[in-house]
Design a protein around this ligand. Structure first.
Ligand SMILES: [Mg+2]
Length: 161
């Protein structure tokens, strides 16, 4: 199974933070470490999550997925989960041929072992901590500041073989 993160991987979370709060969020840094106020403001706001732009590479990344996958994302709040579900619908991710579901799960629950990756379970995520944690059992691809789609294609070819 493949697990794909939303914020920073499919959705341009940092761009939205810049637009809403004029905050330059460093890549891979959690928002609450930079501004707790902004974190509180977005966490219960359906619109924020619903209107996130796709990352530049979102479509290209999803096009390379040719096996069953689930979206894995932090829940934040009831309203955020609604916004995220709307985002997946509005951006037609829910129509992807291989999507099997959405998992709302924060880092703590992963660490707590609610998801125990098997050897060939693949995580695609922009968060280094998540990636390192996942790699203890499974496989992982880290989306850097920009996704190098050629490198990703190559990675997926190796993953399949
Ligand atoms: Mg992320």
């Amino acid at each position: 199974m493949i697990y794909i993160d939303m914020d920073g991987t499919l959705c341009d979370f940092r761009k939205a933070i810049k637009q809403w709060f004029d905050i330059d969020l460093p890549h891979g840094k959690p928002l609450n470490k930079v501004s707790e106020k902004a974190e509180i403001e977005i966490s219960d706001n359906i619109t924020f999550w619903e209107l996130l732009e796709k990352t530049e590479w979102c479509d290209a990344l999803l096009k390379e997925i040719k096996e069953p996958f689930a979206i894995i994302t932090k829940p934040y709040s009831y309203n955020a989960t609604i916004g995220k579900l709307k985002w997946l619908y509005d951006n037609r991710v829910n129509n992807h041929r291989y999507i099997r579901g959405i998992i709302f799960c924060d880092m703590f629950t992963k660490k707590a072992g609610l998801i125990n990756p098997l050897e060939f379970d693949l995580l695609i995520d922009d968060n280094k901590t998540e990636i390192d944690d996942w790699k203890l059992d499974g496989m992982a691809f880290q989306v850097e500041k920009e996704l190098n789609i050629t490198a990703f294609k190559k990675f997926m070819e190796n993953y399949r073989s």
